[in-house]
Write a protein that binds this ligand. Structure first.
Ligand code: CA
Length: 355
């Protein structure tokens, strides 16, 4: 009979092999086919998501092969409308797929108090000219991963669509080279409760499925868009000085978010969690400190619903914790948790996309 330590070691070894193969896939894709690295973006498109989409759609380094929308900041149909509107602003014809209308097991609670009723600060933007695709987002996630092995997935909203795709086709997890998740409040305060960040809080059951799935998770927590990362009044003036339609839109659609962030934290400026995550997805070298840990999500407690619990001292496998962490240990997969980024590098990436 194998010990749990042996099982964990074997799982970790399998994980490393899978990660290596995915990296090989990704590089083969880029080198042999001479195409840009494919990105799939799942988003509850509101104001900061829109800026993240602009960064990806205008990047010369990657190709966004699909955008999938999910209920979160706003309802999924508004999110879809916002995603397509943003794509059109970038002259992009990227395919957009409509996803889940509500979390797996809970009622949907939006964040319109932060982003405005339309998610874009209520400036009356016109409807987009084209419609979304017929295929559902979870189906599109499966098909896009199958047809682009080694792609990079970036999730900017609740993880409902990704969980639904994984439930139907668990082996897609091994075909993704990176899964950059904007979500969580690792070892710090949340933005919707003291314990939890919105994307994880909104659908904690989905987040738990994703954390345990074997996807190569890179966790960009809410703390990374605060403090020096906030786009301050001087930065805002610099962005507006670019004079481009995307620069004007990026600042304007975050007007309500700017007010709400001041009310929430006392910090002045625009906080952009999704664009920070996108900057990391586009160039992970802006990360200045990181470590790998088991991460799980609280789904039961009223007090700590949606808390991203990080095994920062690596004690999950000891006698006191092994029982509670059994599922994560069995999966054998640790997430990369990002603790700090180079804020100059992040803002340079933002400026490059908007100028
Ligand atoms: Ca979002």
């Amino acid at each position: 009979m194998r010990t749990s330590a042996a099982v964990t070691a074997q799982s970790a070894s399998l994980q490393r092999s899978r990660e290596f193969l995915c990296r090989v896939f990704a590089w083969q894709f880029v080198i042999l086919r001479r195409v840009k690295l494919p990105f799939l973006i799942d988003t509850d498109t509101a104001s900061d998501d829109a800026v993240a989409l602009i960064m990806a759609l205008r990047s010369p380094l990657i190709e966004v092969v699909a955008v999938t929308t999910v209920a979160g900041n706003v309802d999924v149909h508004q999110a879809t409308r916002n995603a397509i509107y943003t794509a059109e602003l970038c002259d992009s014809k990227v395919l957009v797929f409509v996803g889940a209308e509500r979390p797996l097991k809970r009622a949907h609670v939006s964040a319109d108090w932060f982003h405005g009723r339309d998610g874009l600060g209520d400036h009356g933007y016109p409807p987009p000219r084209r419609a979304a695709e017929k295929q559902s987002a979870p189906e599109a996630i499966i098909d896009t991963i199958e047809s682009h092995p080694g792609l990079v997935m970036v999730t900017l909203g609740p993880l409902t669509n990704v969980a639904l795709a994984l439930q139907k086709k668990p082996d897609i997890a091994a075909k993704v080279s990176r899964c950059v998740v904007m979500g969580g409040a690792p070892c710090c305060e949340g933005n919707v409760t003291p314990a939890a960040e919105y994307n994880i809080w909104c659908d904690p059951e989905a987040a738990r499925i994703v954390m345990r799935s074997g996807l190569p998770i890179e966790l960009v927590g809410w703390q990374l868009c605060r403090g020096e990362a906030v786009v301050n009044p001087t930065d805002i003036q610099q962005i507006l000085s670019f004079g481009t339609p995307v620069a004007k839109f990026a600042i304007e659609c975050n007007s309500r978010g700017q007010e709400a962030f001041l009310e929430q934290t006392g910090e002045h400026g625009i906080s952009l969690p999704d664009p920070v995550a996108m900057a990391v997805a586009l160039d992970a070298s802006i990360v200045t400190s990181q470590s790998e840990h088991f991460v799980d999500v609280e789904t039961e407690s009223e007090l700590t619903r949606g808390m991203t619990v990080v095994d920062r001292l690596n004690v999950a496998d000891n006698e006191r914790n092994r029982y509670i962490w059994a599922a994560s240990l069995a999966a054998g997969h640790k997430a990369k948790v990002y603790w700090t980024i180079d804020n100059v590098g992040w803002k340079q990436a933002l400026y490059a996309a908007l100028s």
